[in-house]
Design a protein around this ligand. Structure first.
Ligand SMILES: [Zn+2]
Length: 83
């Protein structure tokens, strides 16, 4: 049997863009913090594809929430300075 569920499982493993309706592979990690809800060290993350990086980062940026924008590879790297 050729179940479509195996495709969905594979898709769940690959991080996808957080933009509404976008299923593209995430390339960027936007680290943000809402000082009204989160302690200063807390980081929420959104994932973005190349096409939505600017859109999502300006959404967070105008609210003063955006802390950092790094590539997904950089974010997951143990050498990254985000300890
Ligand atoms: Zn996207």
């Amino acid at each position: 049997m050729n179940s479509p569920e195996s495709v969905a499982e594979n898709a769940a493993e690959a991080p996808v863009c957080s933009a509404k309706g976008c299923r593209a592979d995430a390339v960027w990690v936007l680290a943000w913090n809402n000082p009204k809800l989160h302690t200063p060290e807390r980081r929420k993350t959104w994932l973005a594809c190349d096409g939505h990086r600017e859109h999502l980062s300006s959404f967070l940026g105008v609210r003063g929430f955006l802390k950092d924008v790094v590539t997904l590879a950089e974010w997951e790297s143990p050498d990254s300075p985000h300890a």
